[in-house]
Design a protein around this ligand. Structure first.
Ligand code: NDP
Length: 450
């Protein structure tokens, strides 16, 4: 193991007791630290301009893409763009289904099954408790769905309801964001996200002011991150598969691959739910429009575009093509899962036999950074694996249209941007130790490329 000493003005040392403000003494509570992170984050997503444009542009993008997925030529470049008429956006069943779905998952969140775990230490020294029962929620939702299907429910109707459901989810994410913004003014200062408290209402509304908004034990951000949207995505996919069966008589291999790959992704996220407690979304970002819209509208309605596309644009795949796509998915999943698990295990218990032999470097915070194993390959091996999987979800849809590749293109941009945000935060946290890590592991996501 090697551990470069961190010294000089780059040194960022955290101490639970040291509250003295000053350039050399940055604690998670200190004004200097907050100012530094605030400076770093204020211009994220294009600052005020981004905060005004994104909440207009992204909801329209969702509606546009949903319309393209069902239009005959499925081209994202058609002019005029296929935007829906107002009456197509509204079906009274859509908000009822959406609110029923949210209520079901709120109940499942509160059910006393699974363990309760603690999140990371917060600025006030406390640790919040979180129920780890997301996978149970997935299983119970699946059983309930099977029951409804037996009782004659028509899941294929989700294809017709796709647009009004997307519109309702967008409306809900706006309502939730307004509620979150307003209630944040009653939150104590130490409960506010460092980068979401700039005083610029447009930006703060967008990025999120309160770090962990809760109603009693019910954590609104943690609830929305993985449950209604992610499980909803899997259910929408299933609805698309059933619509294809209704139209074609049987599911295509392409549809089966897309739906099963994405179900594996959802199940994996929920099985490893605890890992989300150390992610940027939970640890750093406040809960505002960005996450509320992302969790409730963007994920379920744009991540299911491949399945929606296949309903009206069936594809045939040879066994060889299918095998190659499965191989890509397996490789991607292996990199994604192993690298994420390695870091999570290391952060939870660095003495665990699976990680104790890995080479690390020390940082002034007391935490160490992995420089061998998956995290010695590139600085974000988990993003690399995720991108391989994203490509494997698109390939079953063939090459005649760009739409099924929307996810992989958007996701590459998202992860490059996310990686850049994470780098800046890690640089602020770890100073020279982070520089040493970057020297040891020069590539960010793609070995020898980027
Ligand atoms: P990561 O899980 O990559 O976490 C980044 C953090 O890991 C850093 O801030 C740092 O935190 C720690 N870290 C970085 N390098 C090292 C190292 N060498 N040794 C030890 N710790 C290190 O971030 P994300 O939350 O962005 O991603 C989690 C997963 O979620 C990824 O697989 C990603 O692909 C996926 N994801 C999927 C999305 C989707 O829409 N499908 C969207 C976003 C993410 P610290 O040191 O404080 O522990």
């Amino acid at each position: 193991m090697c551990g470069p000493e961190v010294s000089g003005s780059d040194r960022v040392s955290f101490s639970a007791t040291d509250n003295t403000p000053g350039p050399q003494k940055m604690t998670p509570n200190s004004r200097a630290f907050k100012q530094k992170l605030s400076d770093d984050t204020e211009s994220e997503f294009g600052g005020t301009l981004g905060a005004v444009c994104i909440p207009v542009f992204l909801p329209l993008t969702v509606l546009f893409l949903v319309c393209v997925s069902r239009s005959p030529d499925a081209s994202v470049c058609q002019w005029p763009p296929p935007l829906p008429f107002m009456e197509e956006l509204w079906d009274p069943l859509a908000p009822v289904l959406l609110l029923g779905w949210m209520a079901l998952h709120a109940l499942l969140y509160l059910m006393p099954v699974g363990k309760v775990t603690e999140g990371i230490v917060l600025r006030d020294g406390k640790r919040l408790k979180y129920p780890i029962n997301g996978f149970h929620s997935l299983c119970i939702s699946t059983l309930l769905l099977m029951l409804f299907l037996r009782l004659g429910a028509h899941l294929e109707s989700l294809f017709e309801l796709f647009l009004p459901l997307a519109a309702s989810a967008i409306a809900l994410s706006f309502l939730l964001s307004f509620y979150l913004y307003i209630r944040s003014f009653w939150a104590p200062p130490h409960d506010l996200a460092v980068g979401g408290n700039t005083g610029n209402p447009l930006y703060d509304f967008f990025i999120g002011r309160e770090l962990n908004p809760r109603i009693g034990f019910f954590d609104l951000k943690y609830f929305c991150e993985l449950r209604p949207g992610l499980i909803g995505w899997a259910v929408i996919n299933l609805g698309m598969l059933m619509k294809e069966v209704e139209l074609q008589g049987s599911p295509s291999l392409a549809m089966l691959l897309v739906v099963s790959f994405q179900l594996l992704y959802v199940a994996d996220a929920l099985w490893n739910e605890e890992a989300i407690l150390t992610t940027m979304d939970i640890v750093h970002d406040g809960f505002g429009f960005m996450l509320a819209f992302g969790d409730l509208a963007w994920v379920p309605f744009t991540y299911s575009l491949q399945a929606a596309y296949l309903v009206k644009h069936p594809q045939t795949l040879s066994s060889l093509q299918a095998l190659a796509i499965v191989a890509l998915k397996v490789v991607g999943y292996t990199i994604f899962r192993r690298s994420n698990s390695q870091k999570n295990q290391f952060r939870r218990d660095p003495t665990h036999p699976s990680v104790s032999k890995l080479e690390t470097i020390a940082t002034a915070t007391g935490k160490r950074l992995l420089v061998s194993g998956w995290w010695g390959l590139v600085r974000h091996p988990n993003y690399l694996g995720d991108l391989f999987m994203a490509l494997a979800w698109s390939l079953p849809c063939g090459f005649s249209h760009l739409l099924p590749y929307f996810y992989v293109i958007y996701f590459t941009i998202l992860l490059i941007h996310r990686e850049d945000r994470d780098e800046r935060q890690c640089k602020a946290k770890y100073g020279l130790a982070w520089d040493s890590y970057c020297q040891r592991v020069p590539y960010r996501i793609f070995p020898y490329i980027y």
